[in-house]
Design a protein around this ligand. Structure first.
Ligand SMILES: CSC[C@H]1O[C@H](OP(=O)(O)O)[C@H](O)[C@@H]1O
Length: 351
């Protein structure tokens, strides 16, 4: 299931706040509505919000092209700032906006219409690249899993969080295709229940065995010897290998280390942010209290109680067995090897 697609000058977003009960695509033609959709997690997941923002800049450029040349660039910059600020943790969002604005600058002399066309081409390229990188991540990751693996995952790092294949769930898809998956245990992932609502829905659609558990069950399953590997996605990977991901990921990493279970992070290299030296420098989104005090719109905690709602946490590099990327598996020392991977990529691309 594609979380988004572009058709005849409009961006269609699968509204993930309605899943699994309703499959409904929003048709958006105003970039401001894409900003709002990212903020309320109608579209979510680091790669998916990056590509959504890339298309939103096409919408912004289409709108701005009706203005004077000077206003065109002012409006495009304004849209880029609004999109980049929609959610602070997933680096793919800022990476996608920066990449689009570089494309716009390269076509500046050709005028607004040419810029619009170039932005649309680049957004399509990013969407296609994402599926290719996910499939490569899947292949590298599947090779790491034992046969009849019982894998625990957290949140949703699947086709719904990307452009159609998935990072952590991409590894699970590839391993399943190779007959290597006995069971996937999906953490419900409070408070927004991406695991209960999205991961189970995705895997059931494809006949991949999945069992839903509460977040607090993960440790007990590990203690019972029923988990062979943990595999999660990422929203930002710092230069030293620290990983920001959905809240609860750090807890799983500590539990996995205690029980000597491999803990893998699956992410495209666009999630690696070498400008952020370590995890404590990653901006962690804190969302509204009502997401904790309510569930499905129903109040579950008494009026007046305070709540903290961190959307992400940071897992230190030393708790991570390996990071699976589209360029291969990065083993410890993660910081040093991430830099080597990046250097090799720059040399390949002639940067
Ligand atoms: C493939 S990135 C998925 C990543 O994004 C999720 O966060 P959110 O649902 O708030 O966008 C979660 O951290 C996943 O691991």
């Amino acid at each position: 299931m594609k979380p988004l697609y572009w058709k005849e000058g409009a961006l269609y977003l699968l509204d993930q706040t309605l899943l699994p009960h309703k499959v409904h695509y929003l048709r958006l033609t105003d970039y401001r509505d894409v900003v709002a959709a990212i903020k309320r997690l109608s579209v979510r997941g680091a790669p998916a919000i990056g590509v959504a923002a890339a298309y939103a800049l096409v919408l912004a450029a289409q709108e701005a092209a009706k203005s004077s040349l000077q206003i065109f660039w002012e409006k495009l910059e304004e849209a880029a700032s609004a999109l980049a600020a929609a959610r602070p943790t997933a680096v793919n969002l800022q990476w996608a906006v920066r990449r689009q604005m570089k494309v716009a600058a390269r076509h500046r002399e050709e005028g607004p219409e040419a810029v619009v066309a170039a932005l649309e081409r680049e957004a399509r390229a990013m969407q296609e690249e994402d599926v290719r990188t996910n499939r490569a991540i899947g292949a590298y990751g599947a090779a790491l899993l034992p046969f009849r693996a019982r894998v625990l995952t957290h949140c949703n790092a699947g086709s719904l969080a990307t452009c159609g294949y998935g990072t952590a769930l991409g590894v699970i898809r590839a391993a399943h295709a190779a007959g290597k998956i006995a069971m996937v245990y999906a953490d419900e992932t409070r408070p927004l229940l991406q695991g209960a609502r999205l991961t189970t829905w995705e895997l059931l659609q494809e006949g991949i065995p999945v069992t839903l558990i509460t977040d607090s069950t993960a440790g007990y399953l590990m203690a019972r010897g029923e988990i062979d590997a943990v595999i999660v996605g990422a929203d930002r990977i710092a230069a030293n290998g620290d990983v920001a991901n959905k809240i609860g990921t750090y807890t799983l990493a500590v539990l996995a280390r205690h029980h000597k279970i491999p803990f893998y992070v699956a992410a495209p290299f666009s999630t690696v942010d070498l400008e952020t030296p370590k995890g404590e420098a990653i901006p962690i989104e804190e969302r509204g209290e009502e997401e904790v005090t309510h569930c499905g719109g129903v109040r579950i905690a008494p009026e007046g109680v305070k709540a903290r709602n961190f959307a992400f946490d940071v897992t230190p590099a030393e708790l991570i067995t390996a990071i699976i990327t589209e360029r291969g598996v990065v083993y410890p020392p993660l910081g040093e090897n991430l830099r080597l991977f990046a250097q090799h990529q720059r040399e390949e691309e002639g940067d």
